[in-house]
Design a protein around this ligand. Structure first.
Ligand code: KIV
Ligand code: ZN
Length: 526
């Protein structure tokens, strides 16, 4: 089938909303902006940036993303409540193209137990809330929460009401991941055939993966007439997650012979997006995850390797390059020069100025002195580490005594705004001792929410990539610090220091903001 005869699908990414809603996946403001920029550059049509009424932090993130997106539409979620809708409109109004996405439950079980409303009352709510949204913005999406467990006659009444009130997109989610592909396809077909004004809206699929059917159901939705798919990077999302964007996009691209739809995603950016979301959410990607897992293009068995050497197509249905995996993973050693390093950074998708390249190159050389083989993953970890480190706090030296004789102790020298401070602390294990030493130099009452380690490559000399998430006691805001180093304890110390540095930065900018407001008040009085 040629491109000209294929229908163009709208890709709606909800990593920053449904994805971020999954327990423990909270992302910082800066991480959300970075992800939104990447999704925008990748060709995502609609980015659901958050739930503006949920918190000031959510509002600020949606608002900031709305201001910066170059091509994508930004969507803000709203319950069927006037205050939610007004807040979402306020957040997306600054965008070149904004959308309000409002939803209400329609299934009998939700109406009886969650909403405590009758079917007729919900119909009235749909009419009033969609109309309110449409009076604020031209692009309004309405979702029937738990659509797949809603009797079809009532679902049709709801959809007809929403379209009459001005909805331009109708989303029919499989909220609890219950549907089978045949059922999901039939639901779209029935609604589109029975609802008289169905041709006035774009239909959308939104599937959860409780039975592992989210991607299959999303594609079945297209077969039933949906032309928008809602999905997330790495399938991040509530419970078992949402349909994975990378799987949907690569299924469309690889099986264009039997799936007659296309989308505008630059698939070569999928791997980078996966890594960024994994790092920001601190959710590791399983090794055998389709498309973006570490083993997705690895061939271990002799028969497979033999076939691959003769012809790549024997065991590969898509090329690693098409999803942004570089073919040669083993890249450099200590004899590699600046030009090759610069070229490698460009290949990996980093656009740096000369100073940043020089800084990364110095750290690359130091790593090459300690580690024989440097892989692409090592370079990515090293560069990301540089971006994440705080300017004010730096780990200068760390010596840890560990082993069976306990208590374990850490002697740490930190550079605090240019001054070196050294302490020794003990703890229940070497990591605890190291964190206690940091606390002794930089006292704080942030709560440790997550400490996670994973090896960047294989082998016992692999770099350890560590994520540390802290919750600021004063504001409740969460920050994540990350670092990579061949020494797990050094990486842990640097990740913890990066997180503490972020909390200090947040507090400092809050103080500055407060001083500025006080000054404005004084100026006004004068
Ligand atoms: O799964 C769901 O029903 C949702 C709605 C808010 C669209 O995420
Ligand atoms: Zn959902």
């Amino acid at each position: 089938m040629t491109s000209a005869t294929k229908d163009r699908i709208v890709i709606f990414d909800t990593t920053l909303r449904d994805g971020e809603q999954s327990p423990g996946a909270t992302m910082s403001f800066e991480e959300k902006l970075e992800i939104a920029d990447l999704l925008d550059a990748m060709g995502v049509d609609v980015i659901e940036a958050g739930f503006p009424i949920a918190s000031d932090g959510d509002f600020e993130a949606v608002h900031a993303i709305a201001k910066r997106l170059k091509t994508s539409i930004v969507a803000g979620l709203a319950r069927a409540i006037p205050a939610d809708i007004d807040r979402a409109a306020e957040a997306v109004r600054v965008a070149r193209r904004g959308r309000i996405h409002t939803f209400v439950s329609t299934s009998p079980i939700h109406l009886a137990h969650q909403m405590r409303k009758t079917e007729d009352q919900v119909i009235e709510i749909i009419a009033a809330t969609v109309e309110r949204a449409r009076n604020l913005i031209d692009d309004v999406e309405w979702s029937a929460m738990d659509a797949t467990r809603t009797p079809i006659d009532y679902l049709c009444r709801c959809v007809e009401t929403a379209i009459r009130a001005g909805a331009t997109t109708i989303n029919l989610p499989d909220t609890v991941g219950y549907a089978t592909p045949d059922e999901y396809q039939a639901m779209f077909r029935a609604v589109r055939e029975r609802v008289p004004n169905a041709d006035k809206a774009v239909f959308s699929a939104h599937c959860h993966d409780d039975l592992g059917l989210a991607v299959a159901n999303s594609l079945a939705g297209l077969a039933g007439g949906a032309r928008q798919i809602e999905c997330t990077i790495n399938g991040l999302g509530e419970r078992a997650g949402n349909a994975a964007l990378e799987e949907i996009v690569m299924a469309l691209k690889t099986r264009g012979d039997s799936l007659p739809w296309e989308c505008g995603i630059d698939t070569r950016m999928l791997m980078r997006a996966s890594k960024l979301v994994s790092a920001a959410s601190s959710f590791p990607v399983q090794f055998n995850k389709a498309i973006v897992g570490r083993n997705a293009f690895a061939h271990e068995s002799g028969i497979h390797q033999d076939g691959m050497l003769k012809n790549q197509q024997t065991y590969e249905i898509m090329t690693p390059e098409s999803v942004g995996v570089q073919k040669t993973s083993l890249v450099m050693g200590k004899h590699s020069g600046r030009a090759a390093f610069k070229d490698k950074l460009r290949q990996l998708g980093y656009e740096f100025g000369d100073n940043q390249i020089e800084d990364a190159f110095v750290r690359f050389k130091a790593l090459a002195d300690r580690k024989k083989h440097i892989y692409d993953e090592d370079i990515e970890a090293l560069v990301d580490d540089g971006i994440a480190q705080s300017d004010r706090l730096k780990v200068r030296a760390l010596t840890v005594i560990a082993g069976t004789m306990g208590p374990q102790s850490a002697t740490l020298t930190l550079d605090v705004a240019g001054h070196h401070q050294t302490v020794q602390a003990t703890g229940n294990g070497p990591v605890d001792a190291t964190f206690n030493a940091i606390k002794a130099i930089v006292p704080h009452d942030a709560k440790l929410l997550l400490y996670q380690v994973h090896a960047v490559t294989e082998g016992t000399d692999a770099q350890a990539e560590v994520s540390v998430r802290l919750e600021d006691a004063a504001t409740g805001r969460q920050v994540t610090g990350r670092s990579a180093d061949p020494d797990t304890l050094v990486a842990s110390a640097k990740a913890y220091v990066a997180a503490v540095g972020r909390i200090q930065q947040m507090a400092a900018s809050k103080r500055l903001h407060a001083q500025h407001s006080d000054q404005v008040k004084v100026d006004e009085q004068v």
